[in-house]
Design a binder for this molecule. Structure first.
Ligand SMILES: *Cc1c(COP(=O)(O)O)cnc(C)c1O
Length: 435
């Protein structure tokens, strides 16, 4: 064989700690504020919706946080995830660049999201929570949390945006299979949902509405907490197993990446790959180019403003300092459902502000072109979200070809697209439009 393709780690090499970038930022992260007083939120204020152990983790700047053994044990179902060299894509692009991808689609839910879902379910279990409430758009987060709750015997109550509930049935079926209860949102389970249904029985719902329902559900039910799949510090923290494994696997490959690329919705899969490399950038003065990639239709990092804003449409969350398009921003219905968020993780936003990372945006026709090229060369059908990273990789590899320079590119293939095939059908039949 000409070149090695797989760089595998054994089960024992699953990281023992998560890496917390809050310990190493050259400037401290601005704290979340209470929307009324505009003062930093006291930790107690968050205890109504999150368990104490996760609130502590959210605010902690401890550099290395030990991963509890029961969480590592569940991680062994799919971790360490593969690092693969995309030699067939390199050849098709006629590029001197070496392209590597970390593949998170091997998890039970098919994306990186179970890395935090399992951790959050565990911390809730040990804190005495019996039931978790959450929202989901197209269903990736709901499915991940349903799986994780099943592992720890927690009830899982999911508010799924009604249009997706009706039109994207497969992830709803996955959630049911793993034992969760799923409500189309707006639902008749909450006061807010009933009010919206009375006004318009055919309301299609939105992520903002579903968040408000999940929070109301949490506050009104005993032994219930709320869970979020991206954006927050503890979620980014849990994802850092991705980058730590990738660092070891790149060593096995005998190469160091020049460019590190991942797509950005709320920012967690990007954080997971990038933060351990940012650690090396800060402490070992490495010169990595680290790029977050987003849809042109929801250009938070490239066109948003850095300011305090609400995390949800109904203005129930604390104010977060982040790049934002405004909490009333309604992104067009692009196929990468997981990237349709008005804001960005405060930690990822801070890294951009400090010049530690860069950002790019691509239109959806371009990302599906890259996705299909990847599927036809490497075989794996990527999630439309992950295809944003691939589009940026293809551009980078073309620049390397034009400059005649060997570059080493590493990207996060955050999930597979086997439940997104209707989007591929739309693209292949020439009906996909740039929103
Ligand atoms: C949810 C999702 C994303 C976007 O979320 P982040 O928090 O930005 O990572 C990206 N890729 C896949 C496959 C997803 O399911």
């Amino acid at each position: 064989m000409k070149s090695q393709i797989h760089f595998s780690l054994s089960e024992k090499e699953i990281p023992t700690h998560w890496y917390n970038l809050l310990a190493d930022f050259p400037e401290p992260l601005p704290p979340p504020l209470h929307p009324g007083t505009k003062q930093p939120i006291p930790p107690e204020a968050l205890l109504a919706i999150f368990p104490e152990n996760l609130v502590k983790q959210e605010m902690s700047s401890e550099r290395w946080v030990e991963i509890p053994e029961p969480v590592r044990e569940i991680y062994t179902l799919w971790r360490p995830s593969p690092l693969i060299r995309a030699v067939r894509l390199e050849k098709a692009l006629q590029t001197p660049a070496h392209i590597y991808y970390k593949y998170e689609g091997v998890s039970p839910a098919g994306s990186h999201k179970p890395n935090t879902a399992v951790a959050q379910a565990y911390y809730n279990k040990v804190a005495g929570t019996r039931r978790l409430a959450t929202e989901t758009g197209a269903g990736q987060w709901g499915a991940s949390l349903a799986f994780a709750c099943g592992q720890f015997g927690l009830e899982c109550n999911i508010y799924m945006v009604k249009v997706s509930y009706d039109h994207k049935p497969y992830r709803r079926m996955l959630m049911h299979t793993w034992g969760a209860t799923v409500h189309p949102s707006p639902s008749n389970q909450t006061e807010y949902g009933r009010k919206l249904l009375a006004e318009d029985p055919h309301c299609p719902g939105s992520l903002g509405i579903a968040i408000s329902e999940a929070i109301e559900d949490t506050i009104k039910h005993p032994n219930t907490k709320y869970s979020l799949g991206s954006v927050l510090n503890h979620v980014c923290l849990h994802q850092t197993v991705i980058g730590q494994e990738a660092i070891k696997q790149m060593e096995l490959a005998g190469e160091e990446p020049d460019s590190i690329i991942a797509c950005c919705g709320g920012g967690s899969n990007f954080a997971g790959l990038a933060f351990p490399f940012i650690h090396k950038k800060i402490t070992a003065k490495k010169k990595y180019r680290i790029v977050g990639v987003e849809p042109s239709a929801c250009p938070t990092l490239t066109k948003g403003e850095l300011r305090y804003d609400f995390g949800d449409t109904a203005e129930t969350t604390p104010l977060l300092m982040m790049y934002t398009l405004g909490h009333k921003f309604m992104p067009p219905p692009i196929h990468a459902g997981g990237l349709r968020y008005h804001g960005m993780s405060p930690m990822v936003s801070h890294a951009l502000k400090l010049g530690l990372i860069e950002a790019e945006a691509y239109h959806q026709t371009k990302i599906f072109e890259a996705a299909v090229q990847f599927a036809r060369t490497e075989g794996i059908v990527p999630a439309p979200e992950s295809a944003h990273a691939i589009a940026a990789v293809v551009e980078e590899a073309k620049r390397a070809r034009e400059a005649g320079k060997k570059r080493v590119i590493l990207f996060n293939l955050s999930g597979h697209g086997l439940l997104d095939l209707s989007a591929y059908e739309t693209y292949l039949s020439g009906k996909l439009l740039d929103a």
